[in-house]
Design a protein around this ligand. Structure first.
Ligand SMILES: [Cu+2]
Length: 242
């Protein structure tokens, strides 16, 4: 092996292990000829039987048990609380700027699952006459964003989300059964399935995309959708309980 060749492979090695380039910044632009991606997320077969949540605190207000929202199945097997999003889209409609909302109500968080853009804020509020404590963590690292006490009914405050895309797990330190999920994206192309498992992502520039459906227990499913101007591209998903 000659010296120049050695040098060349050293350079190739260095390039391969160099720090990854920062992700391309999302660019907002008018989407005049957009289409949409819509579909249904279904659960195959019957939902696993999950026992109700047994409360351990404030039972006089919360009750002894609460319905467990892990598998919320509606019409035709449609699965609620699934976040569906386009993977790696770098330009398109403007990102939302209004804060999203997270309500502590009857000893649960509402909504259970939602999406947001990096840079959006969250309005956290309580509809309960008991103390809650909202505690968001980055799911990958368990890093705490903040611990926020919500001492009385009607209390509300606007707080930031994480500064990077990813999954936020929200806990209440007073009521350990309380859980919510916020999926943060660098772009605005995401939607949460409704009670019948339906979703719709609008103003998508024409093109072929990877579409991902995320569920808190069953993980991710990936599909493809080709969007034509003014048309709806179907993208359905099916989860099989583990
Ligand atoms: Cu609580």
């Amino acid at each position: 092996m000659t010296k120049p060749c050695l040098l060349a492979s050293a350079a190739a090695f260095a390039a391969a292990f160099a720090a990854p380039l920062p992700a391309a910044t999302y660019q907002s632009e008018a989407v005049a000829n957009g289409g949409k991606i819509s579909g249904v997320v279904k659960l195959a077969g019957t939902a696993p039987s999950v026992p109700p949540i047994k409360t351990t605190k404030n039972q006089d207000y919360c009750g002894a048990t609460l319905a467990n929202p892990l598998y919320v199945v509606g019409k035709g097997g449609g699965l609620a609380n699934v976040e569906v999003f386009i993977k790696d889209i770098s330009r398109g409609k403007a990102k939302p700027t209004e804060p999203i909302t997270l309500v502590n109500e009857h000893c649960m968080f509402h909504p259970r699952v939602q999406g947001a853009c990096v840079g959006q804020q969250v309005k956290i509020s309580s509809a309960d006459p008991i103390l809650h404590n909202t505690h968001p963590q980055i799911a990958d690292t368990n890093a705490t964003l903040y611990n926020l006490a919500l001492p009385f009914k009607g209390f509300s405050v606007v707080k930031p989300l994480a500064t990077q895309a990813g999954v936020l797990r929200i806990k209440c330190d007073v009521h350990e059964w309380m859980r919510a999920w916020i999926l943060e994206f660098d772009h605005p192309y995401f939607a949460t399935t409704d009670a019948d498992g339906k979703f719709e992502i609008g103003d998508v520039p024409p093109g072929t995309y990877t579409v991902v459906a995320w569920h808190e227990v069953m993980g991710e499913k990936t599909g493809n959708a080709t969007v034509s101007p003014g048309k709806a591209a179907a993208s359905d998903f099916q989860f099989t309980p583990k």
